[in-house]
Design a protein around this ligand. Structure first.
Ligand SMILES: N[C@@H](CCC(=O)N[C@@H](CS)C(=O)NCC(=O)O)C(=O)O
Length: 206
């Protein structure tokens, strides 16, 4: 099978989701950091016109979007049945946790980008409130979500994304999440996985 490369940042929660998937599914890959997220040149984002990371690059070219990348990794590994992707489980609690986790991740990106561009003070208070409201829902429903997942899974998109989201908020000093105690139990258990230990957040250096 041909080589695959993940283009992203070690400090990015979406990138970490893709990297954890690759590690858990035993897929060899290289990692190419994007050092400057302010550049407006798509070539610096492996050709992504949206100027976003992560991007998977393989013999078929670039693949944009974390969910697309996780699906491709699961298919490539030949272990698709062991991986629970977004939408695979019909239970309402799983669907809502998937949606709200992705909301927290995207809303956090907008907070970070606004801060970086000096517009932090103009940030709508609704954005932070919606992140906090979503975290409260996630805290109340994480155990229900876990019980609704197939027990024989190796990994699920929803767990990986939730782990990456709750660890990223304090890493980027956007929000202290320690008061959500059920999320903290989930975080500390998931953090034991070698794939989580091998992808701890850090800022890539040139
Ligand atoms: N929908 C995209 C979102 C990816 C995303 O927002 N990535 C962040 C890094 S965690 C990014 O590229 N931020 C740079 C920017 O928004 O300019 C995905 O699922 O991959």
């Amino acid at each position: 099978m041909s080589a695959i490369s993940l283009v992203g940042r070690s400090s990015s929660h979406f990138t970490r989701v893709a990297r954890i998937f690759a590690l858990e599914l035993g897929l060899e890959h290289t990692f190419r950091p994007v050092l400057d997220l302010t550049t407006l040149e798509p070539a610096m984002y492996a050709g992504n016109p949206a100027l976003k990371i992560p991007v998977l690059v393989d013999e078929a070219g670039p693949l944009f979007g974390t969910e697309n990348i996780c699906r491709e990794l699961a298919l490539r590994s030949g272990r698709r049945p062991e991986a629970v992707l977004r939408g695979d489980v019909r239970a309402r609690v799983v669907a809502n946790v998937e949606e709200l986790t992705l909301h927290v991740m995207s809303a956090e990106v907008s907070v970070i980008m606004a801060k970086a561009s000096g517009e932090g003070r103009c940030m709508s208070p609704k954005t932070m409130r919606s992140i906090e409201n979503a975290l409260r829902y996630l805290d109340e429903n994480v155990d229900g979500m876990l019980s609704a997942l197939p027990p024989q899974r190796t990994l699920s998109f929803v767990e990986v994304a939730l782990f990456c989201a709750v660890t990223h908020l304090p890493f980027r000093e956007v929000l202290d999440v320690s008061s959500w105690t059920r999320l903290e139990v989930f975080r500390s258990q998931f953090a034991q996985r070698p794939s989580a230990r091998g992808t701890e957040y850090r800022f890539d250096a040139a």
